[in-house]
Design a protein around this ligand. Sequence first.
Ligand SMILES: [Zn+2]
Ligand SMILES: [Zn+2]
Length: 270
Amino acid sequence: MKLILLGSGAVRPDLERWGPGQVVQVGNESLLFDCGRGCSMRLVQAGVPLQDLRRVFFTHHHYDHNCDFPYLFLTSWVLGRNHPLEVYGPRDTERFCDTLFKELYREDINTRRIQPTYPPHGREYAARDVIEDQWTLEGEGYRVKMVHTVHKPQILDNLAFSVESGGKRVVVAGDNVVCDSLMDLAEGCDLLVHECSFPTKRIEEHKWGGFHTSPRELGRWARARGVRRLLLKHFCVQQGVAVEPMVEEVREGFGSEGLIVGHDLLTVEI
Ligand SMILES: [Zn+2]
Ligand SMILES: [Zn+2]
């Protein structure tokens, strides 16, 4: 299994750190988790043919995590995808897809569907709101488990995922505060991919702090739960935040061994 971090940034424009998204490659399959700013371009750079994607997963529907999806869906069809795209995510995933492709882009799709080179099944999708907790999805040689996590519960439903294959396990989280469901899911995993958005002081003082895990808390709980390697992402560097002091805060609890600072297109073998 291999994880490719497509984008290590967050909301604001940054040419070095593009928006949230990562791919887990198992066998011949590439599973996409989130599709933020520029993910399609990063997929091309990573050598993942857009038209081969079959399964896409969303952690939540903050726009930094899903804004590249219409481009990915339609372009993968234009490039020859001839199977429906399976889309899994929290509440409103189905409505998100239906609004895009049955309403906003309906006429666009209709003008293209007469093109003989655009295959008929590529404009189809199967979207599923994952309401159940601990829901699992089987694939060829892998299993994806999904749990609900806490980001900003009164606004958004939120998920984290684990992908298990050949006795190894990677956990992909989105944005979240510290919560039992994620800690249980990540217990003893080989790789945890987790946000590191703001320094601890800013999390404690800022109103946005209620949405995110502080680097100090993250380092402590990840070490306590036996996470083997911890990959940091979702750096809000365009909001006056420096990466290294945050990494230092994670290191206080986690130590240096197994701590990985994410950058775009970083690849980790699991
Ligand atoms: Zn985010
Ligand atoms: Zn978010």
